[in-house]
Design a protein around this ligand. Structure first.
Ligand SMILES: [Zn+2]
Length: 184
């Protein structure tokens, strides 16, 4: 039976950290983990039961939302990259279809309902935990407003994208790909 919430240990949430998770104890037998070389990599290993903790990638979904020749950008209110611009996006829940995650994030972060369209690209980099999957999307309804994780939201014309103030390299890569689709 699940413990009532008051008896459960606190969970320290780091909503958008990009490094590998720091795991100190074995989830199987609770022994302190040691770092050992496994298949050429140094990974946390349980000295008692032998479980290896593999650091899986984090999958994120993003939506470049088009409306009347502009796209919706938001300025991040949270670390990392606080104060910098990106399109709506965030982590995919386990079991959640990726396009639905992109639409959910657009609603949570910018208050809009969108129709998710074609895949724009998949963005990954060496030693970066996050794999970002970006879709083109179009506005269905809603007036954009900043959610809890955004300082402001704004419709931006393709020629006015804030290249010097983008949140992540993956943001710039996706916007570059999106802009190149306009010339087709
Ligand atoms: Zn163990």
């Amino acid at each position: 039976m699940a413990k009532p919430m008051s008896e459960q240990p606190p969970v320290h949430v780091q909503p958008h950290h990009h490094g590998p998770p720091v795991v100190r104890f074995c989830s199987g037998c609770t022994a302190p983990l040691e770092r050992r070389r496994v298949e050429g990599k140094v990974l946390p290993v349980c000295p008692r039961c032998g479980q290896v903790v593999y650091a899986d990638p984090k999958v994120a979904a993003g939506a470049i939302i088009e409306h009347a020749g502009r796209i919706l950008l938001l300025r991040r209110a949270i670390s990392p990259a606080r104060g910098l611009w990106t399109f709506p996006g965030g982590y995919v829940d386990r079991g959640e279809p990726v396009p639905e995650a992109a639409a959910r994030e657009a609603h949570e972060e910018a208050g809009v309902t969108v129709a998710v369209g074609e895949l724009l690209g998949v963005y990954s980099a060496r030693d970066v935990a996050v794999v970002l999957i970006v879709y083109r999307a179009r506005l269905v309804s809603g007036t954009p407003h900043a959610g809890a994780e955004a300082l402001e939201v704004r419709w931006v014309q393709p020629e006015h994208l804030p290249w010097d103030e983008l949140a992540f390299p993956s943001t710039a890569a996706a916007l570059t790909d999106w802009r190149s689709t306009l010339a087709e």
